[in-house]
Write a protein that binds this ligand. Structure first.
Ligand code: DCC
Length: 222
């Protein structure tokens, strides 16, 4: 096997392990926020969980370093779509040929706001991410400069959701639109959003992200 092929294999293996850890921690997180076991069991689990921290911290990146598993649009630790991040649902995103972006996910009790329903900030986070994909699909990666939301109905937990995002041709200020609905009733809008994204100038990119070429590439408008 060539060195390149061995590297590819090792990276695939590493990404698989990142996904596996993300998935099990997500399950642990959901179990932790929904459990009603006694205090002694909670303490025992906490003690065992604490033992898991040191082996991970043995080789940790700083905020100035990109994860080694990332690259070419892949963000494994993104809090919305990153399969390696236990905070993420994770949401799957598909871009259709006409530029419409569809997100699917199911939110557990870890995302609870009002009883039985999603926290409004979590809905905003999902919509921000989806609108980012809409903007990226138009060819330019960007940062949110404005996000406005209208919460029409609460978003149910433990229910398959469908998010839809698109460029609004009638928005003179370049805004995009996105909605959240359930997969069963995709036409009943629960939350709607308008987002404006801006591709930072090369000077701004340098100021915000320093000289790290991996960061600079992320916001390069080709
Ligand atoms: C496959 C991979 C997928 C990848 C998909 C990835 C999805 C990621 C989704 C997550 C996105 C995020 O969370 S991003 C994180 C949250 N957002 C942020 O932290 C951004 C904070 N804001 C900033 O740092 C700054 O505003 C910058 C760097 C974005 C731009 O700074 P700047 O260069 O000084 O410019 P600034 O004055 O702010 O404005 C720049 C331009 O935007 C316009 N602009 C500014 N505000 C507005 C506004 N409210 N509405 C309309 N337009 C506005 C200005 O008029 C100007 O237009 P003109 O005069 O030039 O025409």
């Amino acid at each position: 096997m060539s060195v390149e092929a061995a590297d590819d294999l090792a990276m695939r293996e590493r990404r698989r392990a990142v996904r596996e850890l993300g998935a099990v921690l997500r399950e642990l997180n959901e179990a932790a926020v929904s459990t009603e076991v006694d205090a002694e069991t909670l303490r025992q689990v906490a003690e065992r969980a604490r033992e898991l921290i040191a082996p991970l911290e043995a080789a940790a990146r700083t905020r100035d370093e990109m994860p080694s598993v990332d690259g070419a649009g892949r963000r494994m630790y993104n809090p919305v779509v990153g399969t390696g991040n236990p905070l993420s649902p994770p949401m799957s995103v598909e871009v259709a040929e006409d530029g419409t972006v569809v997100g699917t996910c199911t939110l557990g009790l870890a995302y609870e706001g009002p009883p039985r329903y999603t926290h409004g900030g979590v809905s905003a986070m999902l919509l921000d991410q989806l609108l980012g994909h809409v903007y990226a699909a138009s060819g330019k990666p960007g940062m949110t400069v404005k996000l406005s939301l209208r919460y029409r109905r609460p978003v149910p937990l433990r229910t398959p959701l469908r998010l839809t995002g698109w460029v609004d041709p009638d928005d003179g200020r370049g805004g995009s639109r996105a909605t959240i609905a359930t997969a069963d009733e995709p036409d009943v809008v629960l939350v709607e959003a308008r987002g404006v994204f801006v591709t930072p100038s090369p000077e701004r990119v340098k100021q915000l992200f320093g000289d790290n070429p991996a960061f600079a590439r992320r916001y390069k408008a080709d």
